[in-house]
Every structure is written in structure tokens, then in C-alpha cells.
Write a protein that binds this ligand. Structure first.
Ligand SMILES: *[C@@H]1O[C@H](CO)[C@@H](O)[C@H](O)[C@H]1NC(C)=O
Length: 225
């Protein structure tokens, strides 16, 4: 046997012994693989992945948002029983638990430059003229997050609908009694928002007696739009 072959053989035996040793004192296959990788300095897939991403995405999103975006997640109410929920940048800002939601339109206004939550309101507690004044006062550059609860059409005038169209809503004009609706738009958006969902109140498809399923929408809202 030549010297080089002998060295290779010894190396092989050492590796085989190492693997065997690892296999008897660690029952978990993943753990074993990781230890072998560690011994030979192979970076594991897991490590590379966690280094490139934040450990957990905010607001139950499947991935983190790019730096110049805000993470959000909106869930409509379910029937007139479970309240809606609005989350921004990992923080729930409206929910039944926070006791700041109610039937009708639930709305959060977020500063489009720095993500500061400026207002959270359940609009249907206000008078019609006050709701309209509230909507008219939304400053350009404001991100508007909306969740329905029970019924949003009760205090919705055509003038209000026009304002929602201006914020980027495509469904507001056809929204009917007790439809579920979630929407994220912005004042001055100049186009239809990709963040909108609606479930129609239809007897044949309703999940709850008298109400459709709850809907939710989430994603990354750009700082500049
Ligand atoms: C975000 O901007 C608004 C308006 O310019 C300001 O009032 C608020 O303090 C800012 N928030 C942060 C966290 O910088």
C-alpha cells in the first residue's frame, strides 16, 4: 500500500468513527447533521437564513417588510360577535381586548413618513356630519387602515364613499349591508390600493347566520406612494 493511500484510508476511518460517535450520543438526526456541519465548519442553511432575516415577522406576516415599508395586518369583525383587529409594525392598535372597536367602521390613521399611529376610531359612534368631517380632514400622506364590524353601510353616504375611492378603495361603491371589508389605502395614493378584501353578505355562502366570513389583509405598505 502506497503512503498516500494509507493516509486517505486513515482519514476515512477517522471520519467514519466520528460519525458513529455522534450517532450514538445524539438521538436527533437534525442535531447530528448540525454537529457534523459545525465540526467541518460548513455553514448550515438554517444559520444563513436567520442571519439574513429578522427572527420573527411582525403582525403575523409570513415575512418581514423591507426597511422603507410598514408591516400591517387588518382583520374584519366576525358577525356582530368577534371584534376586528388592526396591527401596525408588530403592535395591535385596535381590538376587542383594547376595548377600542365597535360596530361599523373601525379606522386607524398612520403617519406615512414615520409610521406613527395618529388616530384610532370607531366612526359609527359619531354623527353623520362628524364622520364626513373626520374623513375630509385626513391629511395627504396618511395611511388609512379600515376594518368592518357587523355593518359599515349604516352611516355611509355617497360623499363618504367618494373619499374612500380617493384613498384607493375599489370595493366601497358596491359594498352592501353586512359585507365584511378590510382596506389599507392612503390619502393621495392616486391609484387603486392592492390591500383590500371583501366578503359579500349572501344567504347561500354566509358562514355565520346573517353574516359572511371574516376577511383579513396584511402586507408591507410603502413609505412613499
Ligand atoms: C412623525 O411625524 C409627525 C408629523 O411630522 C410627528 O408629529 C411625530 O412626532 C413623528 N413621530 C416620530 C416617532 O418621529
Amino acid at each position: 500500500m502506497r503512503k498516500r493511500d494509507f493516509v486517505s484510508l486513515v482519514a476515512l476511518i477517522v471520519i467514519a468513527l466520528l460519525i458513529w460517535r455522534l450517532s450514538i450520543d445524539s438521538p436527533n438526526m437534525r442535531e447530528k447533521a448540525k454537529r457534523i456541519q459545525d465540526i467541518f465548519g460548513i455553514p448550515s442553511m438554517e444559520k444563513t437564513k436567520t442571519a439574513a432575516q429578522k427572527p420573527t415577522a411582525p403582525c403575523s406576516l409570513s415575512r418581514s417588510c423591507p426597511l422603507d415599508h410598514f408591516a400591517f395586518h387588518i382583520t374584519s369583525g366576525a358577525a356582530d360577535v368577534v371584534g376586528p383587529k388592526i396591527c401596525v409594525e408588530g403592535k395591535v392598535i385596535m381590538s376587542s381586548v383594547l376595548n377600542n372597536v365597535g360596530p361599523g367602521l373601525n379606522m386607524a390613521l398612520v403617519n406615512g413618513q414615520n409610521g406613527t399611529v395618529e388616530k384610532v376610531d370607531c366612526l359609527n359612534y359619531k354623527k353623520l356630519e362628524d364622520i364626513l368631517a373626520y374623513l375630509k380632514a385626513i391629511k395627504p400622506g396618511t395611511i388609512v387602515l379600515v376594518a368592518s364590524f357587523d355593518d359599515v353601510t349604516k352611516k355611509m353616504t355617497d360623499e363618504m364613499k367618494e373619499i374612500f375611492v380617493g384613498l384607493g378603495s375599489a370595493s366601497i361603491m358596491s359594498l352592501q349591508y353586512r359585507d365584511s371589508w378590510v382596506f389599507a389605502g392612503a390619502s393621495g395614493i392616486g391609484q387603486k390600493s392592492p390591500f383590500e378584501k371583501r366578503a359579500a353578505n349572501e344567504e347561500e355562502t354566509n358562514v355565520y347566520q346573517g353574516w359572511p366570513e371574516s376577511v383579513d389583509v396584511g402586507g408591507c405598505f410603502p413609505r412613499k406612494f
